[in-house]
Design a protein around this ligand. Sequence first.
Ligand code: PMM
Length: 296
Amino acid sequence: MNAAELSAALLGERERTLVMGVVNVTPDSFSDGGEWFEQDAAVAHGREVLAAGADIVDVGGESTRPGAERPSVEEELRRVVPVVTALAAEGAVISVDTMRAAVARAAVDAGATIVNDVSGGLADPGMVPWVAADRLPFIAMHWRGHSTSMQSRAHYDDVVDDVCRELAERRDALLRGGIEAHNLVLDPGLGFAKNADHNWALMAALPALHDLGHPVLLGASRKTFLGRLGRGADEAPRPAAERDVETTATSVMAAMAGLWCVRVHDVASTVRALSVVQAALDHAPADLPDHLEDTD
Ligand code: PMM
């Protein structure tokens, strides 16, 4: 199977929760402090992510940390394309984490086979027509605006209802725009225009996301709401690199809820934790909850 066939097969995967490993090629990503900014280091990190058992490597060149300024298109291309090229040459299934059609297109030319757009196609009007024409798998996240202003948009009547309704509207628009239903993945967008209480409410309602009718990806890894656990209100959150135990717990919750994929920085801990969930599910009685039944 080539990478495109493999990513199509992964889209249909329902037997276990997949693991997407993050490779951020940014100087200011909140989660790894720019540790992987140099492209060689990013490629080496991508290899580690694959060796640790990631099903998909997510390569991104724009930090979406709250308040982050956007890089130019040229700079984003410079960061992303060589890393995608190098990892694709090794047979990896690669998603490109970008809101720009030009970057997505260059990354796909370089070997990426999935587009992960945190804006769900809202940031760049060129994105959806092109993804639809190329019949690519598309991950659409719940999004209310760019990082510079998103925290001022963190207002909801009922965050679970509101996020599900807005995601359903986005889903409908994307399908109308020509993206094929079997190629569409949805994501509640933890941390994007959401405070810690909003994120926890969504974590508590993960099974409700199945009602959207599409595979669901969860990106909780190393986010600040996890770093605040066990810290006083006046204390700084735990540093991003020290949030992997909490991240792993979110991955287990996602797998128990039957989600399609988790996007994580520390792949090894999540792969091991998900093997625990899988072993238990393999021994479960036949009358599984609906979301764990074979849907084919
Ligand atoms: N979070 C970040 C970046 N890309 N993509 C999806 N689909 N879902 C997410 O939650 C998500 C994402 C921000 O996290 P990072 O800077 O640690 O990569």
